[in-house]
Design a protein around this ligand. Structure first.
Ligand SMILES: [Fe+2]
Length: 188
């Protein structure tokens, strides 16, 4: 029987958003200021999701994990610090692209693309470690009731309007069964 998975459905949404902005930066119409502005807004939106998600894990999931496997919790929290550095670099390069004049847009978009692909690669490895190693530790040390309670405490900290945005993001990249579970997490 499958266990309560605190990571995988949310990660599907985040991976979908990461893949989208990696492909969108590669094909952005550089002559269009509107397209550049839309891309930069997309980058900021995805970075906000990633920042919030890391904060949720640091404040809730890793607190529980630290009681079961302190070394793993510290390693994954260290990943978050390393990811934050790359995310701030992506943010800086997105702003540089937004401000670049037409002649400098190609170079600015290429630099942003390299940073985004670096971020995607790091995030994929990090999320994989959480979905395998962290889940294994949580599933060994905690029952599903405790995991549902943990998820409910985490979800209760998210304002309703923002939670609706999370549901929308995750809903675009998950199966109907997972969508139902995530929909009900707020009252779970
Ligand atoms: Fe994480």
């Amino acid at each position: 029987m499958s266990r309560v998975d605190l990571f995988s459905p949310i990660h599907k949404g985040l991976r979908g958003a990461l893949f989208e902005f990696a492909t969108d930066v590669a094909r952005v119409e550089l002559s269009s200021t509107h397209a550049i502005d839309r891309l930069v807004a997309q980058v900021e939106r995805v970075l906000a999701y990633l920042d919030e998600h890391a904060d949720h894990e640091d404040s809730h999931t890793f607190v529980a994990l630290r009681g079961l496997s302190p070394e793993l919790a510290d390693e994954l929290a260290g990943d978050h610090h390393a990811l934050d550095i790359v995310q701030r670099e992506v943010e800086r390069l997105a702003h540089e692209l937004a401000l670049a004049d037409l002649a400098r847009r190609e170079e600015a978009a290429a630099k942003l693309g390299v940073a985004i692909n670096h971020l995607v690669a790091m995030q994929l490895i990090h999320m994989n470690r959480e979905e395998t190693l962290a889940n294994e530790a949580l599933w060994t040390g905690l029952g599903d009731d405790a995991l549902v309670a943990l998820r409910s405490r985490l979800v209760a900290t998210i304002p309703a309007a923002r939670y609706a945005e999370w549901i929308q993001l995750v809903g675009r990249f998950t199966s109907p069964v997972e969508r139902h579970l995530v929909d009900n997490a707020r009252v779970g």
